[in-house]
Structure formats: structure tokens, C-alpha cells
Design a protein around this ligand. Structure first.
Ligand code: ZN
Length: 313
């Protein structure tokens, strides 16, 4: 008997998840020449994505929200606490993220408004969302690594902002951008039902799939099984990878899975989960999306996991 062909990777079968598959060539080959990369900032076609207090610079227009990339005026570049080379776009323009600090008053008031990507993400087009998420994630990491975590000495930027190197010669530790793995899993019964619940801190009515951080010493499938047991009291089997999504709020990558529950009874974690329940495909398709029940935000992999499962029915 011929084995079945492998299942198509969703990334290729469907549009990429929001914030993934950005338009920039990250141009790692250029980063080794840190000063050379810095010199690209003076090019008249260079584009700058400023970050202030984790917020991205945007403008509101009739057609939605658009990112703002103000020109590289000396005053802005000198005011930046740090910069990160993001890469080159299709027209070979260099892109940079700028850390505009945390002052009380937002800078660049004449250029646009700073908004939290968690608020405006669903209003951006795919490419803009990916660039702003990348810029936000890099600046978040950089701001937390100005000092060496090993010895406490200042850490100097290198590689176009993609590393911080300890300035204490006796230490010399090099720190790289990090992203924290979290698993997110749609738990189904092998048939017509999935498990949804809500955390008390979420927007009113929002229900979603289960998720949690991967811990040291765990495989991803270990983490899926542990989190589902902790949050819902369910054992699972058939853990399968679905797709992933950068989630820079502040620094995660969401690793999406499906898993089949091998028991029925739900035992919600007391402090974390409320209103945990099995919901059928029919119930979900008939759901009005109101203050009692709504699905997760449209830019989330949680939404994608649920919609893909619904579409299989
Ligand atoms: Zn050090």
C-alpha cells in the first residue's frame, strides 16, 4: 500500500498568519559590517519605523491605518536611544527600527500617532503588520539587553542591532534577540466538538483555545499535553503541528497545534480559566458574536486554528 502523501503545510496552502512572512529581506549578510549598516541610515531612501513605549507610529486615513516611516532627519536619529537594521525591501531600500525612548510626551507628533499594535493590528494590511511587529519585537528585546545579564557591564550593539556584546573584556558574553515559545492548541474530540474557554482578563465574551509557555526540558508536544491537563484536566493524543505566528506582545512565537482529547470531563484551572466548555461546530457557526460569546481577534493564530477546523466540517 502506498503511504499517504504528507499533508500540505498550511503556510503554503493558505495565506501566512498575521505578522508572519514579512516583505523584508533581513539581509543577515550585511549585518557583520555594523558601521557599514549604520551608514545606510544616511541614504535618502532609508525608511524608519519609530517605536515609543512599545507603540508604533501610524496615521489614520479613510482606508484604514497606515504605518508612518518619517524621513531620517538628523534630529530624529540623534534622539533615538538605539536603532536596529530590519533589512531591505523589494526596492532595495534599507529599513530600520528606531527606539524613540519612553519620555512622557510622544515624539514626532507632526508625523503621526503612536499606537499599540495590539490595538491597531487587525486594521493593518498584512505586510505593514509584519514590519511593525518585527520592529516592535526587536526594540523590545534591545531595550532589555543594554546591560550584560551575566556580569552587569554595559552591552554594546553589534550586527546591525541583532546582538549586544558585553563590554567587559573578562566576560565578553554575546546576547542575541530571543523569542519565547508558547504552544497554542485546538483540542477536539475527533468529531464535531472543540474545547473553548476564557481568561477573566480577556475582553468581554471572548473565548479561545488553550495556550501556555514552553518550559525548559520540554518538547513542544510535552508542553501541549501539560498545558491541556493543567488548564482543562484533559489527557490528549494525536498532537499535530498546524502553523506558527510571531506574537510580539511582548516577545512570543505562538506554535499552533491540534490535539485530540481522550476524555470528556473538563476540570478548569481555578485561577486561570473560566467558562470552559465543549462547543460543537454547529453552535460555533450559529454564534452571533456578542457580549456573551465571541471568537478571538482576527489577527490571532487562535482564530485561524478555529476557522480552519470549522472549515473542515
Ligand atoms: Zn558581561
Amino acid at each position: 500500500m502506498q503511504p499517504l502523501p504528507p499533508r500540505a503545510v498550511p503556510h503554503h496552502a493558505h495565506p501566512a498568519n498575521p505578522y508572519a512572512a514579512g516583505p523584508l529581506d533581513r539581509a543577515d549578510r550585511l549585518r557583520g559590517d555594523h558601521e557599514g549598516v549604520r551608514a545606510l541610515m544616511t541614504r535618502p531612501d532609508a525608511r524608519f519605523a519609530p517605536i515609543w513605549k512599545q507603540a508604533n507610529l501610524v496615521a489614520y486615513a479613510a482606508e484604514g491605518v497606515t504605518p508612518q516611516y518619517p524621513p531620517g532627519r538628523m534630529q530624529m536619529l540623534e534622539a533615538a536611544a538605539a536603532w536596529v537594521f530590519l533589512g531591505l525591501d523589494a526596492e532595495n531600500r534599507p529599513h530600520f527600527a528606531l527606539d524613540m525612548g519612553q519620555a512622557e510626551e510622544p515624539p514626532l507628533a507632526e508625523e503621526g500617532v503612536f499606537e499599540d499594535l495590539r490595538k491597531i493590528g487587525p486594521l493593518l494590511d498584512h505586510e505593514a503588520g509584519a514590519v511593525l511587529a518585527y520592529a516592535r519585537g526587536m526594540v523590545h528585546w534591545d531595550r532589555r539587553h543594554r546591560f550584560c545579564g551575566v556580569c552587569g557591564a554595559p552591552a554594546a550593539p553589534g550586527k546591525g542591532g541583532h546582538e549586544r556584546r558585553c563590554t567587559n573584556a573578562a566576560c565578553g558574553a554575546v546576547h542575541f534577540p530571543r523569542t519565547d515559545p508558547a504552544v497554542i492548541m485546538l483540542v477536539h474530540d475527533g468529531g464535531e466538538r472543540i474545547v473553548l474557554g476564557r481568561q477573566p482578563v480577556w475582553p468581554k465574551g471572548m473565548h479561545s483555545v488553550l495556550a501556555g509557555f514552553v518550559e525548559p526540558g520540554e518538547s513542544l508536544e510535552d508542553a501541549v499535553a501539560r498545558e491541556v491537563m493543567e488548564e482543562a484536566g484533559l489527557p490528549v493524543a494525536d498532537v499535530r503541528y498546524h502553523s506558527s505566528q510571531p506574537w510580539p506582545f511582548p516577545s512570543s512565537i505562538m506554535l499552533g497545534f491540534t490535539a485530540r482529547a481522550t476524555a470528556e470531563a473538563l476540570i478548569p484551572a481555578d485561577d486561570e480559566i473560566e467558562n470552559l466548555r465543549w462547543m460543537s461546530r454547529a453552535e460555533l457557526l450559529a454564534s452571533p458574536e456578542d457580549e456573551d460569546f465571541r471568537l478571538p481577534r482576527v489577527d490571532s493564530i487562535a482564530r485561524r486554528l478555529i476557522e480552519d477546523w470549522l472549515a473542515q466540517g
